[in-house]
Design a protein around this ligand. Structure first.
Ligand code: ADP
Length: 637
């Protein structure tokens, strides 16, 4: 079968595979690794998606792929086109319709035949033109001869000119005989693959060009102005559409019709163009559709289209990470070889360069014993590192090149976050010394892979009537929710009735897009308790975590990036949820800069974050006594 594992064709040291970063692969450089020919065998991880693609190729079913960018969706779609039979391919020709110039005819012939037909038509047209010009010159010669005989030269030249014009003008009629080949599969060695991501209607569904000389006989015949869309070019092959929800609804509807009918007429897409008057006979579009997007995209796509694909095909989720095993690491080494060969200009990687890359894949996974499957960004790192080596004329890409590349290939978010931190340093918004009441260093994630420190300030004032939570911006909802949770806890140990207070929550210099608020609820809670009890918060501490009503600290995402952000900003201590302890994979350079304190209860958080011993101790003790039950409860459940 086609789903056998392809081994990299190199010897493996099984005994030490477990400890070796390359899974025991005995290579000096990635040059020693054999890259499989078929794209489907190059796909790493995503076993479920791969199996489905292989199955769907056999059955010609549509597939919907849901998952993060750069995990192999378009790669798998392309791989599928290599699995489809090539014998079925067709050429499509559009002919002039002598009965109705605006309704060109369409003929479908086996692949390769189209070119022969065009050649035959051209040959015929050439012969016809040749005959015509011979005829023309004979007539002109007769006229000129007669003119010389009768000595009326001027009249002769005039008559010859008219004849020449007539012939030239009517010769267009013979061009109209040559059909327009809109789909040419003559040289195609696999079934076509068309990526229609972000295509406008014309590019997707076909179009008829506008003719500026529409009247007056100078026009290009309408069949010559017909242009195929991706749906036609992918006939008998694969049509891939990522971010499917970004197609406008009308286009999605038409796409659905095309899927149902298996053929779709081409007409001009812009309403006021002369192309809009033209409509061809139906053009075949018997493609397999692979629609892709993230979860959000799926929810926003046209429901009928989604049902159509679901009902007649498969839906598959792409994985973001995969378990780190020796076998997997060997595949990651092969990934480097694949990317180097695909690029064609990069020097192969040395063994320790690959090791560094695999370490990076571990780090980027954000999970213990896992490797990231976000291969596009990993491939970017391979290319930047290879480019550095190439620019220095080295035979191989080394570990130093990879390390240097890591600095250069930071994502936009990372660059933004760094820039942001730089700027904030100027305003001295970074870590202060000592303690401040009501101010806590929260941590958030920007984009996918950048941490950022986000201080929160709480202030409490007596309310005029019913107390309320006053917060601004997109984080308002989160602020309200965490205040609600913390007020349930406060009610149990304090006389203060929070519902009679106005609580102002301010996110210092937030207003940044892409900051996730969910993980800041222990930050808000700590700030509120500090303000309420007048106990200062240690400003060298930063924290992230979500808070339950019972005072439990719940896990959040992106801890590694957050810890690094705190270290960069100059914090000494970072509080994280205990449940996230195993996700921490910070780089060595930060490890010595910060202490990481895993906490499972708000009382532990306050114990670390608050200052001023006697008051703080009594508060923490009171809290422990009331949230202790919750703790016990948590330990059992
Ligand atoms: P998506 O369509 O999910 O955004 P792509 O398929 O375009 O991602 O991936 C971009 C590139 O990353 C691919 O061309 C390939 O080089 C590499 N890549 C992505 N996923 C994988 C994978 N699972 N195995 C091997 N390489 C991959």
């Amino acid at each position: 079968g086609s789903d056998v594992e392809v081994d990299p064709g190199v010897e493996v040291d099984e005994e030490n595979a477990e400890d070796d970063l390359l899974g025991g692969l005995k290579i000096d450089t990635t040059e020693d690794i054999e890259v499989p020919d078929r794209l489907v065998d190059q796909v790493i991880g995503q076993d479920e998606a791969r199996d489905i693609i292989i199955k769907a190729a056999k059955q010609r079913r549509h597939v919907m792929m849901i998952g993060s960018p750069g995990t192999g969706k378009s790669m798998l779609a392309k791989a599928m086109s290599q699995l489809l039979p090539q014998e079925d391919l067709q050429d499509v020709l559009v002919y002039h319709n002598p009965d109705d110039g605006n309704a060109p005819k369409v003929r479908t012939v086996p692949a390769g035949k189209g070119e022969q037909i065009i050649d035959a038509h051209k040959e015929e047209a050439r012969k016809r033109n040749q005959m015509r010009s011979i005829l023309m010159w004979i007539i002109i010669a007769i006229i000129v001869g007669y003119a010389i005989l009768t000595a009326s030269i001027l009249l002769g030249i005039l008559a010859a000119g008219i004849v020449w014009l007539i012939f030239r003008y009517t010769s267009r009629g013979t061009d109209a005989m040559v059909p327009n080949m809109i789909v040419d599969n003559g040289d195609q060695r696999t079934a076509p693959f068309e990526d229609a991501t972000g295509a406008h209607a014309g590019a997707l569904l076909g179009d008829v060009r506008h003719d500026p000389f529409q009247s007056g006989g100078m026009e290009t015949p309408s069949h010559d102005r017909v242009e195929p869309g991706s749906i036609h070019k992918s006939n008998k092959g694969v049509l891939f559409v990522d971010e499917i929800n970004t197609l406008d609804v009308r286009t999605q509807q038409k796409l659905m019709t095309a899927i149902q009918e298996g053929e779709f007429s081409i007409t001009g897409q812009s309403e006021r163009s002369s192309g809009a008057m033209v409509q061809t006979e139906p053009v075949p579009c018997d493609f397999v559709m692979i629609a892709a997007g993230n979860l959000d995209a799926m929810e926003n796509m046209h429901p009928a289209l989604r049902n159509r694909i679901k009902g007649y095909g498969y839906e598959v989720y792409m994985e973001d990470t995969i378990e780190d095993t020796p076998e997997m690491r060997r595949k990651y080494a092969r990934f480097v070889a694949q990317e180097v060969e695909r690029d064609g200009r990069l020097p192969h990687f040395t063994r320790d360069a690959v090791e560094e890359l695999i370490l990076e894949a571990k780090r980027r996974s954000g999970r213990k014993n896992h490797l990231t499957l976000h291969f596009r960004t990993l491939g970017g790192l391979v290319r930047v590192a290879g480019d550095i080596a190439r620019s220095e004329d080295r035979e191989f890409t080394t570990r130093e090149d990879v390390l240097q590349a890591k600095g250069r290939s930071r994502s936009i978010e990372q660059q933004l976050a760094d820039d942001y931190i730089e700027r904030r340093k100027d305003y001295e918004l970074q870590v202060a010394e000592g303690g401040v009441e009501g101010r806590v260093n929260g941590l958030a994630v920007m984009g996918e892979d950048s941490g950022i420190m986000l201080p929160v300030m709480a202030e409490i004032a007596p309310a005029q009537g019913q107390g309320q939570v006053i917060a601004t911006g997109q984080l308002k909802e989160m602020a309200e929710e965490s205040v609600q949770n913390v007020s349930a806890i406060i009610k149990k140990f304090s006389d203060v009735n929070l519902s009679e207070k106005d609580i102002h929550i301010q996110f210092v210099q937030a207003g940044q897009q892409g900051v996730d608020g969910d993980s800041a609820s222990i930050t808000v809670a700590t700030a509120v308790i500090s303000a309420l009890e007048d106990i200062p918060v240690d400003q060298t501490v930063a924290m992230t975590g979500s808070l339950s009503v019972r005072g439990d600290v719940l896990p959040v995402g992106g801890v590694t990036h957050k810890i690094e952000a705190a270290a960069k900003a100059g914090c000494d201590t970072v509080i994280i949820p205990k449940a996230n302890e195993q996700d921490v994979m910070i780089e060595d350079e930060y490890e010595e800069m910060v202490d990481i304190v895993p906490c499972s209860n708000i009382s532990e958080v306050l114990d670390v974050a608050l200052m001023g011993e006697p008051k703080k101790d009594s508060l923490v003790d009171r809290l422990k006594s009331i949230t202790g039950s919750a703790l016990d409860h948590g330990a059992v459940g």
